[in-house]
Design a protein around this ligand. Structure first.
Ligand code: SOE
Length: 384
């Protein structure tokens, strides 16, 4: 008799930035979270045999495929991790789910509402066979964000009035930055809106437990032509550089969102502030171990924002790592995501965020795009 843990063989598609982030999470989730299913990094898929083999060696994958479809034929792969640009998410996810593989798919779920809806249909079909799916909105698993959600749910903010969400980066402020795939609509779906706006939509809805019902948005492409990657000449930027929008929530709050790659000096500033009748919370990813809380029920003379260092064993996820005050970073969020995914697969429950949650975010993105096309006209978010 053996008491060895069950395993889940993982096949990952793509090995660029997100592939590297996910790989470190697959390597660390076992040692730190002791999940009920032990992941085995079975195979990495990428188009170039040489580059994929080099990435597999570096990142810890046992074998290589140059066609992701081969992963679906392998008996040693039970879970597909999709880390490719958005234009291939739907095809890979639907095929993987139909082949009976669990799926983790990077955000945004897809490039269009239609693709996302097809993915949800596949996820529902697969679910009947016990196959699970999850979309990778990793920032839900920042301990401070998870704590913020708990505090809102526990009523510490009272009735929510305002949601103020921003995702500020500056990597496109230089007009000489090249025309990478993230700047091409056919590859990425949209620009700052889908890439980083999707994150703040998910974080805002997740933390508040409320959904956006309507929006008024504007988008802009400040630099319309950029140098081609590794070649001569320039090409057209076909996505937004920045998106701003107002929204109403189904809980009666007013919300503002700003997503830009032109906020000079802001590198990865995902910020959210919530104001309620009983208090406020503020978070900035550039100081991700901290959550700021103002308790408005306290004596006004001494009340004020105080910093919670979210590294105590009582805090979400933090206890699995280091002693209090030994800070966590960006990469840990991906490990947390896998810990929750593996726990859900082992328990036979649905991990969150689901593909349906990803579709709902896609509907918000589509509403912002429609609104912006109408110069900010008020636009309802389509119901599921
Ligand atoms: C690029 O803008 C990017 O890497 C996003 O694609 C990620 O989702 C975000 O976490 C950081 O910024």
């Amino acid at each position: 008799m053996t008491n060895e843990r069950a395993t889940v063989g993982v096949g990952m598609v793509g090995h660029a930035f997100m592939g590297r982030a996910h790989s470190q999470a697959w390597r660390s989730v076992g040692p730190f979270f002791d999940p009920p299913l032990t992941p085995v990094m079975a195979a990495l898929a990428g188009r170039s045999a040489e580059r994929t083999a080099a990435a597999a060696r570096e990142l810890g994958w046992a074998s290589v495929e140059t066609d992701w479809k081969e992963l679906l034929r392998r008996d040693d792969v039970q879970l597909i991790d999709i880390c490719t640009p958005g234009d291939s998410h739907a095809e890979i996810a639907v095929a993987a789910l139909d082949a009976g593989k669990h799926v983790l798919c990077e955000k945004p779920l897809a490039n269009t509402v239609e693709e996302a809806a097809a993915m949800v249909a596949a996820a529902e079909r697969a679910r009947e066979r016990g196959i699970r799916s999850m979309v990778g909105f990793n920032y839900r698993r920042v301990p401070a964000i998870a704590l913020a959600r708990e505090m809102v749910a526990a009523g510490r903010l009272g009735t929510l009035r305002h949601v103020r969400a921003q995702y500020l980066q500056d990597w496109l402020a230089d007009p000489g930055a090249p025309l990478v795939w993230r700047l091409q609509k056919d590859r990425a779906g949209s620009g700052a809106l889908g890439d980083i706006g999707a994150h703040i939509i998910d974080v805002a809805q997740h933390v508040t437990g409320q959904r956006l019902t309507g929006v008024s948005g504007l988008t802009e492409t400040f630099v319309k032509e950029r140098p081609l990657v590794g070649g001569d000449g320039t090409g057209e930027v076909t996505v937004d550089d920045a998106a701003v929008f107002l929204a109403r929530t189904d809980g009666g709050a007013l919300a503002t969102f700003e997503a830009t790659r032109f906020a000079a000096g802001r590198k990865n500033a995902l910020r959210i502030e919530l104001n309620g009748s009983a208090g406020s919370l503020a978070f900035d990813l550039e100081a991700l171990n901290e959550l700021w809380f103002h308790d408005h029920t306290e004596d006004a003379a001494t009340a004020g924002f105080r910093r919670i260092l979210v590294t105590e064993p009582e805090h979400p996820y933090a206890g699995a790592w280091w002693p209090p005050g030994h800070l966590l970073g960006y990469e840990h969020t991906f490990t947390h995501q896998l810990a929750d995914l593996l726990a859900a697969i082992a328990a036979g429950t649905d991990p969150a965020p689901s593909f349906a949650d990803g579709l709902q975010v896609q509907r918000v993105l589509a509403a912002v795009e429609r609104s912006a096309a109408g110069n900010g006209a008020w636009t309802a978010v389509e119901d599921g």
